[in-house]
Write a protein of this length. Structure first.
Length: 94
């Protein structure tokens, strides 16, 4: 099975693709449907299009206080909508 690695060392405050820091609030992942397909080289399953806004094509998660929990949730979401396994270095270090 194909595994998608979301680890990013350059130009990333969190080290994880799609994961963003909200100043003094925590972590959130924000995904555009097209970017997910481009970065993962997998198409979003048609029955999961409803997770993305019909106007903008963006999915925004809830706010997480813990970066690892946010990364786990992000990987779970990627796995659900693309069917591919997901990992990031941060998930393997703790």
């Amino acid at each position: 099975m194909h595994v998608i690695d979301l680890t990013r060392k350059e130009r990333s405050s969190t080290g994880v693709l799609f994961l963003h820091t909200l100043k003094d609030k925590g972590y959130v992942y924000r995904l555009k449907r097209v970017e997910v397909e481009e970065q993962t080289l997998r198409l979003i399953k048609l029955n999961h299009f409803h997770h993305f806004s019909s106007m903008t094509g963006i999915h925004t998660s809830q706010i997480y206080n813990d970066k690892i929990e946010a990364a786990k949730s992000l990987c779970h979401f990627i796995e659900k909508v693309t069917g591919a396994k997901c990992t990031a270095d941060i998930l393997n270090t703790y």
